[in-house]
Design a protein around this ligand. Structure first.
Ligand SMILES: [Cu+2]
Length: 435
């Protein structure tokens, strides 16, 4: 690839290099505006990227042309936690690229970072020179440069894009996105709602504002599309609709994704939608590092949790050097420490759930989220990180993605308290031990 910027301008036309502001505005209007009739546009159901959007394109001589701008951004993980991140078109993850098998695509990449970058089209079959590996298949894209990647899509499936230049830093800062290719002849089993979630992890240490790229195991934040619960959008569907959730993993850990309320079928991934005889019913599916997995199910009414099953991945920032206080009587410690630190409260003797109440009363360092901070209709949802809710209702219009609020459970279908006596098991315990 030796095309100069001037040649590029001549080849694709100066108008292709539209300013980021115009690009962003175009994306807003291009966010899938679903017809309320439920009819499929262009033979497929447009993908819905939680907290995100699909990248606008324009047709240039029969080629679908997209424009990604790599740049530093200010990203909010949830209100109260902002960081200097790197992303595309002013977001992390970057906008989802959506196209159809057989399309010829041209992706312009402008580098507004302070260092060189490239983009690798993860899982996509293409000529080697389009693979985006700095040094191996191309020189890096220097700051200020715009490069064009162009290839024909010869497959369908759930794919991803990310840099392949200083990737430890650039991915740790949030540079990544999803690239979804729909089959050209539609799908024998169509879906009504099609969601995209990209998993990531962040070393945003308590009280800091810039992710730490040198950390590979001690991450602080675990995210769906770079957001933590409860700032993650709910997935919304109407009862009986077929829902697909496309999960990509560009974090540095494997994530067992667990969906409540249904058995889903694992129906595909980077290899496209698998033949039906290969679909597997599961309730938890590990999405390994670098993998994508498509989970499909028929929606049943309720507010159903969807989360990573690694318990510490459904928590927000944790100090990594804290001792384990569970079971420790800290009463004396608390009194003594309060002499020096008047606000000090011992916590964690009975587990960590009390953290949510403590955190409300005693915020941590600036720019640091509590480990858990969700609020539900029945009290605190002791979750953060990789957690959200699938909200299924009987009376939703097709294509309505608005949060319908909390589920109203039918009479007699909800767990209830049968005794108000406090902890009867304690007495049993005492009797056993002869007190
Ligand atoms: Cu996980």
């Amino acid at each position: 690839m030796s095309m100069s910027r001037r040649e590029l301008l001549r080849n694709v036309g100066a108008a292709a290099l539209i300013p980021a502001a115009a690009t962003a505005a175009a994306q807003v209007t291009d966010t899938p505006a679903r017809p309320s009739t439920g009819t499929r546009r262009s033979g497929y159901t447009p993908v819905r990227t939680l907290n995100g959007r699909t990248l606008a394109h324009r047709m240039v001589d029969g080629v679908k042309e997209f424009h990604l701008v790599a740049e530093e951004i200010e990203h909010t993980f949830a209100p109260g936690c902002v960081a200097k991140c790197w992303g595309y078109n002013r977001s992390t993850p970057g906008p989802t690229i959506e196209a159809v098998e057989g399309d010829r695509v041209r992706i312009l990449v402008t580098n507004r970072l302070p260092e060189p970058t490239t983009i690798h089209w993860h899982g996509i079959l293409l000529p080697c020179g389009m693979d985006g590996i700095a040094g191996l298949t191309q020189p890096p894209i220097l700051p200020g440069e715009t490069w064009a990647y162009e290839f024909t899509l010869r497959q369908h499936g759930t794919h991803m894009y990310h840099p392949h230049a200083d990737e430890m830093t650039q991915m740790a800062f949030g540079m990544m996105g999803m690239f979804i290719i729909h089959p050209k002849d539609g799908e024998a089993v169509p879906v009504d709602r099609d969601y995209a979630i990209l998993l990531h992890n962040w070393a945003l240490h308590p009280g800091t504002y810039r992710p730490d790229p040198s950390i590979m195991t001690d991450f602080d934040l675990w995210t769906f599309n770079s957001k933590v619960y409860p700032a993650i959008d709910p997935l919304v569907a109407r009862s009986g609709e077929r829902v697909r959730i496309r999960v990509g993993n560009l974090s540095m850990w494997n994530h067992p994704m667990h969906v409540h309320g249904v058995q889903f079928d694992v129906t595909g991934g980077d290899g496209g939608r698998w033949p039906e005889r290969l679909w597997r019913p599961e309730v938890t599916e590990i999405v390994g590092v670098g993998q994508t997995r498509d989970l499909e199910f028929v929606a049943v009414p309720g507010d159903w949790a969807m989360h990573c099953h690694m318990a510490h991945h459904t928590m927000n920032t944790m100090g990594h050097d804290i001792p384990n206080p569970v079971g420790v009587d800290q009463a004396g410690v608390e009194a003594r420490l309060q002499k020096f630190l008047p606000g000090y409260m011992a916590m964690g003797r009975d587990g960590m759930a009390g953290h949510q109440a403590h955190a409300a009363a005693m915020p941590g360092p600036p720019n640091t989220l509590p480990m858990m901070m969700g609020k539900g209709p029945f009290g605190d949802i002791e979750m953060g990180g990789m957690f959200t809710v699938i909200k299924v209702r009987d009376d939703l219009a097709p294509g309505d993605y608005r949060d319908p609020g909390w589920y109203r459970h039918p009479e007699g279908t909800i767990a209830r308290r049968v005794s108000a006596a406090a902890a009867p098991s304690k007495d049993d315990d005492h009797a056993h031990h002869g007190h």
